[in-house]
Design a protein around this ligand. Structure first.
Ligand code: KG4
Ligand code: ZN
Length: 340
C-alpha cells in the first residue's frame, strides 16, 4: 500500500511517500527553526500559521516527485492511503496537518491512518531495518517527552516510566537559554561540549538512586542555574560537557535498569535527543559490553527529529493489520498517550 504521510505536531512541516514494502520513497521537511530562534523557543501561534503557509506546497512536492506529475489530483490517484500525526503535540499545529489530510481523504475517499507522534518516533528505527525482535525496550527522548516503553509487538505498548517534570530535550533547550545559546539548545550544547573539560564542574546525576523507571530533569536545570549564579567566570563549554554527561548518564542508568528487569531482545532509541553523538556513542559502548543479548537500534541522525517518513512507516505497519479510518472518524488528540 502506497501511503502519503503528514507530520505537523510542532515546528516541522513534513510530508513523505512510503511504498508497498514500507520503504520511504521521498520525504520533504520544512523546519521553522529560523523563525522561532528569535523567541528562544517554539511560539505555538506562529508555528500553526507557518504550517498553513507551507503544508500544501510540501505535500505537492513529494507527490510530484513520486508520480512525476504536477497535477495534485492525478498524483493523489497513485496513492492508496493517507497518514497523519494526531498527537501528542501543539493543538494548533496538529490541526493544520489533520485538517489537510482529512480534506484529502474527503475528496479522494481514501482511508486515513491516525498516528501517535511518539509511535512515529519509534518507527524511525524501522526506516532502514525491519528485523526488530520483541519484546523491545524503547527509550523516547524528545523535546516534549522522555519515556521508557516496553514494545510487545507492533502497536502494543506498555509505558514503564516517564519524566516527572521536564523532558530531556526541554532540559537541553532551557539550559541553553540560560547560557545565552540559541534555540534549539541540544545541538548548541553538543557543539560546545565537544571542546569542554568533563571534570571542571560536578553536576548531580538526576534520579541516580531512585528505584523506579521515571526520570526528572528540572532539578538538574536548577543546579545549572545556581552554578551559573555563583560562579564568576563560568566556562560554558565545560559546563555544557558536564551537563550533557550527567544527562546521558541518567538516561543510561534508567534504561539499563529497565533492560535488567525486562530482558528485551531489542533496544530502540528514538526522538530528537538521539541526534546527540555523545549519547549514541555512550549507549553503543555500554550496551554492547553489558547487554550482549539485546540488539541496539538507532535511527539515522537525520530521522531522529520530527519528520513524516517515520509517520508513514508507522502507518505501513498498521496497514498490514487494518484498513484505516474514514475522514470523519479522525480527530486531533493533543494529549494522546502511546499505550491507551
Ligand atoms: O523529536 P523532536 O524533533 O521534537 C519533539 O517531538 O519534541 O525533538 C526536539 C528536541 C529539542 O529539544 C532539541 O534540543 C533536541 O531534540 N535535540 C538534541 C539534539 N538535536 C536535537 N538534543 C541533544 N543533542 C542534539 N544533538
Ligand atoms: Zn517529535
Amino acid at each position: 500500500m502506497k501511503i502519503l504521510a503528514v507530520e505537523t505536531s510542532c515546528d516541522e512541516t513534513s510530508a513523505a511517500v512510503i511504498d508497498d514494502a514500507g520503504s520511504v520513497l521521498d520525504v520533504e521537511t520544512i523546519s521553522q527553526i529560523s523563525i522561532h530562534k528569535k523567541y528562544g523557543g517554539v511560539v505555538p501561534e506562529v508555528a500553526s500559521r507557518n504550517h498553513t503557509l507551507v503544508i500544501l506546497p510540501t505535500i505537492q512536492k513529494v507527490l510530484e516527485k513520486f508520480s512525476k506529475n504536477s497535477d495534485l489530483k492525478i498524483a493523489l490517484n497513485n496513492i492508496d492511503a493517507l497518514a497523519v500525526t494526531v498527537g501528542p503535540g501543539l493543538i494548533g499545529s496538529l490541526l493544520v496537518g489533520v485538517n489537510t489530510v482529512k480534506t484529502l481523504g474527503y475528496l479522494s475517499g481514501k482511508k486515513i491512518y491516525p498516528i501517535n507522534h511518539l509511535e512515529g518516533h519509534i518507527y524511525a528505527n524501522y526506516i532502514r531495518k525491519s528485523d526488530v525482535e520483541f519484546p523491545a525496550l524503547v527509550l523516547i527522548v524528545s523535546g516534549g517527552h522522555t519515556s521508557l516503553v516496553k514494545m510487545l509487538g507492533h502497536g502494543k505498548y506498555e509505558t514503564l516510566g516517564q519524566t516527572l517534570d521536564d523532558a530531556a530535550g526541554e532540559a537541553f533547550d532551557k539550559v541553553a537559554r540560560l547560557l545565552g545559546l540559541s534555540y534549539p539548545g541540544g545541538p548548541e550544547i553538543e557543539k560546545l561540549a565537544k571542546k569542554g573539560n568533563p571534570n571542571t564542574y560536578n553536576l548531580p546525576i538526576a534520579m541516580e538512586k531512585s528505584k523506579d523507571l521515571n526520570f526528572s530533569f528540572s532539578g538538574l536545570k536548577t543546579a545549572v542555574l545556581y552554578l551559573v549564579k555563583k560562579t564568576k567566570n563560568i566556562e560554558k563549554k565545560d559546563l555544557c560537557r558536564n551537563f550533557q554527561d550527567v544527562l546521558i548518564q541518567s538516561l543510561l542508568l534508567k534504561t539499563a535498569k529497565a533492560a535488567s528487569i525486562h530482558k528485551p531482545k531489542s533496544l530502540l532509541l528514538s526522538g530528537g535527543v538521539i541526534n546527540n553523538q555523545a549519547l549514541r556513542k555512550r549507549f553503543k559502548e555500554y550496551f554492547s559490553k553489558n547487554f550482549k543479548n539485546t540488539r541496539l537500534y538507532l535511527p539515522d541522525r537525520s530521522l531522529c527529529t520530527d519528520n513524516a517518513a517515520m509517520i508513514g512507516v508507522a502507518a505501513h505497519y498498521k496497514s498490514l493489520k487494518s484498513p484505516g479510518k474514514n475522514w470523519y472518524d479522525v480527530d486531533v488528540n493533543p494529549n494522546a498517550k502511546i499505550d491507551e
